[in-house]
Design a protein around this ligand. Structure first.
Ligand SMILES: *[C@@H]1O[C@H](CO)[C@@H](O)[C@H](O)[C@H]1NC(C)=O
Ligand SMILES: *[C@@H]1O[C@H](CO)[C@@H](O)[C@H](O)[C@H]1NC(C)=O
Length: 200
């Protein structure tokens, strides 16, 4: 765990360093350019690495990798002109806490496109800072990455943000990462859309 934290800190530091290098460049546009390889002005967040070192988000990450949804998320994260991405990541304990019937339904999804929809349901095709996120509550229902039919309702209850689906009301916990164009927040429940989880 300490080791993981160290890698994470190093990764953040590397990002911070490349970001400040960019900032220096923009501050001194007339400065002579370095004869040695200049740092790339575009840095990207590797979502798989991020989810692997933060968390425990292993269950969600395994599903993302198994379905290749990780690639969908990563290409949205890479494309700075696409508006960014916000991902709501359930902790491993949220998957473990699912009721038996829900777990069974989830287990049966693996061979169908619905598993992809469930994962895409945990993201928005836009970068939202926590502040912007609380304003979303005025635009309910909010479409997710899974499409306009797969919506979530956002509520802001004295600074605590909740995301409500048909069968769950999840609380947004800590910020895993939030630098445009990528935001990743932890949620305490798996988000269960009515299109997939039809009954209790
Ligand atoms: C995202 O960008 C990185 C760095 O440029 C690249 O290595 C990776 O293949 C890209 N991934 C996707 C899915 O576009
Ligand atoms: C979400 O909000 C809309 C608009 O306020 C409401 O009609 C709908 O019933 C809500 N859905 C859920 C699951 O709470």
């Amino acid at each position: 765990m300490v080791f993981k934290k160290l890698i994470f800190t190093t990764a953040i530091l590397a990002i911070a360093l490349s970001a400040s290098a960019v900032a220096d460049k923009t501050k001194n546009p007339s400065a002579p350019s370095s004869p040695i390889h200049p740092p790339s002005p575009v840095y990207h967040v590797d979502l798989a690495v991020l989810l692997n070192v933060a968390g425990p988000f292993q269950t969600f990450l395994n599903y993302l990798q198994k379905t290749n949804v990780i690639e969908t998320f990563q290409s949205q994260a890479n494309n700075t002109k696409a508006g960014g991405i916000t991902i709501l990541v359930p902790r491993d304990s949220a998957f473990a806490a699912l009721k038996k019937k829900k777990k069974r339904t989830l287990g049966r999804l693996s061979k169908r496109g619905q598993l992809k929809s469930l994962l895409l349901y945990h993201a928005f095709r836009k970068f939202y800072s926590l502040g912007e996120f609380s304003k979303l509550s005025r635009r309910n229902p909010v479409a997710t990455f899974a499409g306009s039919r797969y919506t979530l309702n956002v509520t802001n209850d004295i600074g605590t943000i909740w995301v409500k689906s048909a069968w769950s009301n999840a609380k947004i916990g800590s910020t895993v990462y939030a630098t445009a164009p990528v935001a990743v927040y932890e949620v305490d429940k798996v988000l269960l859309p009515k299109q997939i989880f039809r009954s209790e």
